[in-house]
Design a protein around this ligand. Structure first.
Ligand code: SF4
Length: 180
C-alpha cells in the first residue's frame, strides 16, 4: 500500500465516479468500500451494488464489499430518531469505513457522499471528523458538490442503473408521496 492510500466509502456508482478520480488526481492510491445498509428494499440495494461493481471494473478500482446486509442495525439505530435519521445513517456507514480502513492499513478514509448536493454536507463533515478523532485515522474532506453533474456525466455512457431516491424507505416514501 502506498503511503497516501485512501478508502472511499461509495454510496453509488454515479457519485463515486468523479470522487475516485479526484482523489487519484491528488496522488492517492484509491480503493472503494461498498457498505450501504440504508438502501431499501434489498433488490434496490443489489441493483446499486451491481452498478458500482461495473464502474469499478471500468476504472480499474479495487472494491471491497462487506459481508451481509446490516438492515437490522440500520433500523435499530434510526428507530425513534426518524427526523434525524441521516445523522445515524452517516455515522453507521462512515464508522464502518474508518474501521475497515484502519484494519486494512489505509492512511485515510472519505466518502462519495461529499459530492452530493442532496446530502447534509456540514453534518457529514462533522461526523467524519469526529470518527477520525475517535479511531485515529485521517478523514479526507473536500467539497465536491460543484462536480456533481460532472460525475453523472462520467457514468452516462456506461448504462448503469440509476436510482430515483436517496436510499431508505423513508426517502422513497418522501420522493413518491410528493409526486402523488
Ligand atoms: S435519507 Fe438517505 S442519508 Fe438520510 S437516512 Fe435515508 S438513506 Fe440515509
Amino acid at each position: 500500500m502506498k503511503a497516501n492510500s485512501v478508502l472511499v466509502h461509495c454510496c453509488c456508482a454515479h457519485c463515486a465516479a468523479y470522487t475516485v478520480d479526484y482523489w487519484r488526481q491528488q496522488g492517492y492510491e484509491v480503493s472503494a468500500l461498498w457498505y450501504n445498509p440504508n438502501i431499501h428494499p434489498y433488490m434496490e440495494h443489489q441493483h446499486r451494488l451491481e452498478a458500482m461493481k461495473s464502474l469499478a471494473q471500468e476504472v480499474n478500482l479495487p472494491l471491497i464489499t462487506t459481508e451481509g446486509y446490516d438492515i437490522v442495525d440500520y433500523f435499530r439505530q434510526v428507530a425513534g430518531h426518524e427526523p434525524q435519521r441521516c445523522q445515524y445513517c452517516f455515522r453507521l456507514r462512515l464508522l464502518k469505513t474508518a474501521e475497515t480502513a484502519h484494519q486494512r492499513g489505509f492512511n485515510a478514509f472519505t466518502t462519495s457522499l461529499l459530492i452530493s448536493p442532496h446530502q447534509k454536507h456540514d453534518l457529514l463533515r462533522e461526523i467524519g471528523n469526529k470518527i477520525s478523532k475517535e479511531r485515529g485515522i485521517d478523514f479526507l474532506y473536500t467539497d465536491l458538490r460543484k462536480r456533481y453533474s460532472d460525475s453523472r456525466h462520467m457514468t452516462k455512457g456506461l448504462n448503469l442503473y440509476r436510482q430515483q431516491y436517496c436510499g431508505c424507505v423513508y426517502s422513497e416514501w418522501e420522493r413518491y408521496a410528493k409526486r402523488d
